[in-house]
Design a protein around this ligand. Structure first.
Ligand code: PHE
Length: 367
């Protein structure tokens, strides 16, 4: 019995001083494992007399239980210590300054487009999209551009290789094909729920041209409104675009005029000019004695409506096309269009915008 008490004290002390899960496990094997000391003593019970066996057996079991439960509590104590150590070591010091990071800039095209979308979105336009690679019908024919029209000539349009049926796809030369796709889709919706239409279609456009004011790829935003005849007229077109240029250039009284022009897909057609001065070679937008052309527009040609299956007696609308680069150059004083696509980081650092910064210059529509 004394031996057992001594063993018990020895093992309990060893458990208490075990300083790791591994040490504890070693101890368990050496005491309670197959060849462990307590297990060994259990095996000797058979040699004892029945009374001794009962008494010693009970005492031995008590030692075994005491050691096993001491091991359990030591084990969870060790785990707690480990967890606390880990929590302390892995604390994030939120007061440390952030590490310097290379900061990107928004390209002026993205910034300008965001501003345009914000203004026209507030007016109730939603965004529509179409493919960059178009067929002849959507890019030309449906827009009342007949086959002999100069816009179709090779020098303007990028053609893709001939297809099996002899036709050739084109890189869209403007965003106007999205008008056609949107009107067709509206007509395809059985219950006429597609009408009225109020969409803008921003995107890439392509023309085979390159100089200080032309690049083979550029961006436009198309606008299209279609509603029942009598509900949409030229006055709405003018009001909408005047409001747009005032909000975009942030000049409340910028003078605007509409000059008769020609586009095959609008009738009547106009080009919109805004007031400016060019004193000393410097362009300034606002009241002045000069005019600056900024976009093309007009009432949707009835032939275009008909080409989309819309009855021109029942519906009419207006459309406009804006060059995004041109608006960016005018507002942010960027002199050469080609630099937009040079991918020069110094240029982007100079003309680009800090992302996530609320566009400070955009104040929305005039109330
Ligand atoms: N699609 C014309 C262009 O690319 C612009 C435009 C659009 C004009 C809509 C009138 C109406 O030049």
């Amino acid at each position: 019995m004394d031996d057992l008490n001594a063993l018990r004290e020895e093992l309990l002390a060893a458990v208490e001083s075990a300083d790791s899960a591994e040490a504890l496990e070693e101890l368990r094997v050496s005491a309670l494992g197959k060849k462990g000391r307590i297990t060994g003593l259990m095996k000797t019970l058979g040699q004892l007399s029945p009374e001794e066996r009962r008494e010693t057996g009970q005492a031995l079991n008590a030692v075994k239980d005491a050691v096993a439960s001491a091991m359990d509590s030591r084990k969870s104590a060790l785990e707690n210590v480990e967890l606390e150590g880990q929590l302390a070591a892995e604390t994030v010091d939120v007061t440390l300054p952030v590490r310097p990071e290379a900061e990107g800039r928004l390209h002026p095209i993205s910034q300008t487009l965001d501003e345009i979308v914000a203004i026209l979105g507030e007016m109730g336009f939603s965004i529509a999209e179409g493919p960059d690679i178009e067929d002849d019908f959507h890019n030309f024919t449906a827009l009342n551009i007949p086959p002999e029209h100069p816009a179709r000539q090779m020098h303007d349009t990028f053609y893709l290789p001939e297809r099996q049926d002899g036709s050739r796809m084109v890189l869209r030369t403007h965003t106007s094909p999205v008008q056609i796709r949107t009107m067709q889709a509206a007509m395809a919706s059985k219950d006429g729920s597609g009408m009225p239409l109020r969409i803008i279609a921003p995107g890439r456009t392509y023309r085979c041209d390159s100089d200080i004011t032309h690049t083979p790829m550029f961006h436009q935003v198309e606008g299209l409104v279609v509603d029942k005849t009598g509900r949409i007229h030229m006055g709405h077109l003018k009001g909408c675009l005047i409001e747009f240029v005032r909000a975009y250039f942030e000049i409340a009284d910028v003078p605007a005029r509409f000059r008769p022009s020609h586009f095959p897909f609008t009738e009547p057609s106009a080009e919109m000019d805004i007031g400016c001065t060019r004193k000393g070679g410097e362009l300034k937008i606002g009241a002045g004695d000069d005019w600056l052309e900024i976009l093309g527009c007009g009432m949707v040609n009835p032939k275009v409506l008909a080409a989309c299956g819309i009855d021109p007696a029942e519906y009419q609308g207006f459309a406009f096309g804006i060059g995004i680069e041109r608006l960016a150059m005018l507002k942010y004083g960027i002199p050469d269009l080609r630099t937009f696509f040079d991918a020069d980081l110094r240029w982007l650092k100079h003309y680009g915008f800090v992302p996530l910064e609320v566009p400070t210059l955009f104040r929305g529509l005039t109330p």
